[in-house]
Design a protein around this ligand. Structure first.
Ligand SMILES: Cc1ncc(COP(=O)(O)O)c(C=O)c1O
Length: 448
């Protein structure tokens, strides 16, 4: 069976696999067969792949197929799968007991390490997910300012709490509309949504509303990777100060990935509060909110802002996070940057050698350890630009990559996560697979 672009539909050959059997069973007991929507791979028009194990930068599925993995658990696995140093730390911690509901030494070590790395963080409170950390940051910002409205950017994701699941209506800066049934209109309306990189809309919104917080991913990676324009982060800082709002920087993806001190170090911006996740838990459930001591001391039991969690600061997750950070020194970041650039360069070449005279039209956006291949003729600077990409072509290209042993993010709006475990040989194999996949997209209908 072929799709509208004429490429073989991989699902057709997967009918009798163990993955498809598991998926059939999963559909009966788990909504959509998955525990988080993007895993279903619906936006690239195929069924999910059930994973048996990971080794370094490779995934092995339940049918014994191997893939070079560019999802890496959507960010936490900066050292790849089952890294021996991290495994040793996790098993040692688990052997001492998996949870106590009481403080442990590792939490002090991890908080101190984060404070050493990120200038804007003087204190840290751990949670089990980025969603919870973002909720806590919002509550703190509202308590600190005595205001309710929030400003966020179209295409940014800060977890799935009600007020942050708002999407923009039409116009430049708008009151948010619920982005999901079940989100109260009142919760979404307290969130102003502004297009990313739109200075005029940002200035107008900050002149019009008295905000509790401006929330931003300093390096947005949930509409694909869309870097801030020069000066835009400085404007965010300036507008937050002029407004009396807190600047809450969501570094769940960029934290400890793009530099030792995250996007704040790389791009020279300072948040009042910072949301961390993914790498801080080293592949186990952990996240955190951090910031200036006077703000963080507003949290219970020092202050009156309530926040809690049965498994917050879980000792096994903390051990994984600490072991992960231990391996992230300056040479590691230089290496990650080189790996990302080699991959991006190879994909650009593969695209430009396909599809006739001008090559296949894609834009490869990168930051150290992050990448997106946008199926667009023009650079992508906003969510609207990302939405205008050729999503069908991206989907077909991803299916072709999977058929050739490469596991890309199954959505144009998710970033690729190259890791320190990716070898030059795996990168070259990826580039070859990508070239073949571009060639398939480029062939005229009827000859594919
Ligand atoms: C920037 C950002 N913030 C918050 C979250 C929510 O984190 P979690 O999935 O741990 O709840 C995510 C998840 O991908 C994210 O990318």
């Amino acid at each position: 069976m072929v799709d509208r672009l004429g490429c073989e539909l991989v699902t057709a050959s997967l009918k009798d696999t163990r993955s498809s059997e598991l998926y059939r069973r999963a559909l009966e007991v788990i909504p959509g067969g998955v525990n988080s929507p993007v895993r279903a791979m619906r936006s690239i028009g195929r069924d999910p792949i059930f994973i048996a194990r990971g080794e370094g930068a490779e995934l092995i599925d339940v049918d014994a197929n191997r893939f070079v993995d560019y999802v890496c658990s959507w960010g936490p696995l900066i050292h790849g799968h089952a890294h021996p140093h991290i495994l040793a730390a996790v098993t040692a911690a688990a052997a001492n007991g998996t949870s106590f509901g009481a403080p442990t030494p590792g939490e002090v070590e991890l908080a101190s390490e984060v404070v050493r790395r990120i200038d804007s963080v003087e204190m840290l409170r751990m949670t089990s997910s980025g969603t919870e950390a973002a909720m806590t940051a919002v509550r703190l910002a509202r308590a600190a300012t005595g205001r309710e409205p929030l400003l966020k950017f179209a295409g940014a994701y800060h977890g799935h709490s009600d007020g942050l699941l708002a999407q923009a209506g039409s116009g430049l800066a708008t009151q948010g509309l619920p982005a999901s049934p079940g989100v109260p209109a009142s919760a979404a309306a307290a969130t102003i949504v502004v297009p990313w990189n739109d200075s005029d809309a940002l200035v107008a919104a900050t002149e019009r509303h008295e905000l509790a917080a401006i929330l931003a991913e300093p390096l947005p990676a949930n509409m694909g990777l869309v870097a801030p324009d020069v000066g835009f982060l400085a404007l965010l800082r300036e507008r937050a100060d002029a407004n009396g709002a807190l600047l809450v920087l969501d570094e769940v993806i960029s934290g400890f990935r793009v530099a030792r001190g995250g996007a704040q170090e790389l791009l020279g911006v300072t948040g009042d509060l910072v949301i961390l996740g993914k790498i801080i838990g080293g592949g186990l459930p952990a996240a955190a909110v951090g910031g200036r001591a006077e703000l963080m001391r507003m949290l219970a039991p020092d202050g009156e802002v309530y926040q809690a969690g049965t498994l917050s600061g879980n000792p096994v997750a903390v051990a994984a996070g600490l072991a992960t950070l231990e391996l992230l020194d300056e040479p590691a970041y230089l290496r990650l940057s080189a790996i990302t650039e080699r991959l991006a360069e190879g994909l650009r070449e593969a695209a430009s050698n396909s599809g006739g005279a001008g090559g296949y039209p894609v834009q490869v956006a990168t930051m150290p350890g992050l990448m997106t291949v946008f199926f667009s003729e023009r650079p992508v600077a906003s969510f609207a630009d990302a939405q205008n990409c050729d999503l069908d072509a991206y989907a077909a290209w991803c299916r072709e990559l999977l058929a050739r042993g490469v596991y890309p993010p199954a959505s144009q709006f998710e970033a690729w996560f190259p890791s320190l475990a990716h070898t030059p040989e795996q990168i070259e194999r990826t580039v070859e697979a990508a070239a073949a996949a571009f060639a398939c997209l480029s062939q005229p209908a009827g000859q594919r």
